[in-house]
Ligand binder design. Structure first.
Ligand SMILES: *Cc1c(COP(=O)(O)O)cnc(C)c1O
Length: 402
């Protein structure tokens, strides 16, 4: 059962110094009105006093903004400072979506081959195997029925990419040893850390070169904005920035402003979601109609030891296999009341999906099996509802399974 409310909070549920720094930083921009927050500059261009002033800005002698698509916009810059702070990064770039961020990363660093370790989000897989492969990018990834040792393709100049925890199997990869291996081979390495959030892990601290987030998920957190970002060393981000500029995939200032607001509650949301997801995972594991639970915070999980070492919390995502396959999982999906049947994740409301009907629908049963995605798998994105009520909802739906 959950800890009674009157017990002292565990250290992991106390807000960290991170958010106070973020709130303070949000204010520390020249603003004659002293707003508590960087205002929304919803403009595309910025005015100059003279040709000399234009030249001073263009030639880098004075700070100033030229054009919002270039990323020159005070609202956007303020958001990027906060994003960098959250990931312990030198710099950050904000994009119109997670896929826009990934596209710019692959364009900038994928020319000598992209090696993908483990499973990825469906959109990333499609981008790599369909669009980028069709224009000559060499992509090496786990691909049915090929059982290649993917590591042999990691060479000088390749870009290595992975998710941890991964979607929807929640596999965990060792960040430090992966970064060390890639660097020894002369490769750069990027992680899609969307499932973990910067509250639960900071991959740059483990030596990873780029951290990508679909900010549509936890960073936005309310299922109402589409955004993405990349964090890393400023020098390494420069080529990605150039692609962002000319692919035209910068985040709109109005959305940047909303995303910045969401970041202020990120830690509170994620810590509550960590707590509820662990509770649900532990309950599900004991249920006779559940074959397996995939959650890195379970001691029974293969990733537990690594997760415990590199994560501060285990996240709000989990998946489980219902005994009885497709029909049994479908019965649960069709009988939940509090969980909403919807793709996406990371919002304040709890969502449930059956991957074989959504993200993995285009694959054959063999391909899905190869990826570790059974037809009886359900994926949960745990929101901010009462965990006891969420469990009661799942329990009632599982009771409907024959
Ligand atoms: C949603 C998601 C993406 C794509 O992000 P969009 O914001 O939808 O473009 C990439 N990676 C992961 C892990 C995701 O969950």
């Amino acid at each position: 059962m959950l800890r009674p409310r009157d017990e002292p909070m565990s250290p992991s549920s106390v807000p960290s110094a991170m958010i106070s720094r973020l709130l303070h930083q949000s204010r520390s921009v020249e603003d004659p009105w002293n707003s508590p927050d960087v205002p929304l500059y919803d403009t595309t261009t910025f005015c100059f006093e003279s040709t000399q002033h234009v030249l001073d800005v263009v030639e880098g002698r004075k700070s100033g903004a030229l054009y919002t698509r270039y990323g020159h916009n005070p609202t956007l810059r303020a958001l990027e400072r906060s994003l960098a702070l959250l990931e312990h990064a030198e710099s950050a770039l904000a994009f119109g979506s997670g896929m826009a961020a990934l596209s710019a990363l692959f364009m900038a660093y994928g020319q000598n081959g992209i090696v993908v370790l483990g499973e990825t989000y469906g959109g990333t897989r499609e981008l790599l195997l369909q669009q980028l492969s069709s224009i000559g990018f060499k992509v090496y990834m786990k691909h049915y029925p090929v059982k290649d040792d993917i590591y042999k393709f990691i060479q000088a100049g390749t870009l290595v990419f992975f998710e941890s925890p991964s979607n929807p199997t929640l596999n965990v990869r060792n960040l430090r040893t992966t970064a060390e291996y890639c660097h020894r081979m002369g490769a750069l390495v990027a992680i899609d850390s969307t499932f973990a959030t910067p509250i639960n892990q900071n991959p740059l601290d483990a030596g990873i070169d780029f951290v990508v987030h679909s900010a549509t998920k936890y960073l936005g957190g309310h299922s109402d904005i589409t955004a993405g970002c990349i964090m890393g060393r400023e020098e390494l981000l420069r080529p990605i920035d150039a692609w962002r500029k000319n692919l035209g995939s910068v985040l709109a200032p109005s959305v940047a402003h909303l995303l910045h607001r969401s970041l202020k509650t990120l830690e509170l949301r994620v810590k509550a979601q960590n707590h509820s997801a662990l509770f649900l995972a532990e309950q599900l594991e004991t249920h006779p109609k559940v074959l397996a639970v995939h959650y890195p915070g379970l001691a029974s999980s293969t990733g537990y030891a690594v997760a415990k070492e590199q994560m501060r919390g285990f996240g709000g995502m989990l998946s489980f296999d219902v005994r009885g396959g497709f029909e049994a999982a479908r019965t649960v999906a069709d009988h939940v009341r509090l969980f909403v049947l919807a793709p996406s994740l990371g919002g304040v409301e709890s969502l449930l999906t059956q991957p074989c009907t959504t993200s993995h629908h285009g694959m054959t049963a063999e391909e899905r099996h190869f990826m570790g995605v059974g037809d009886g798998m359900l994926r949960l994105s745990v929101g901010l509802e009462s965990p006891e009520e969420l469990w009661a909802d799942l329990l009632a739906a599982l009771d409907q399974v024959a």
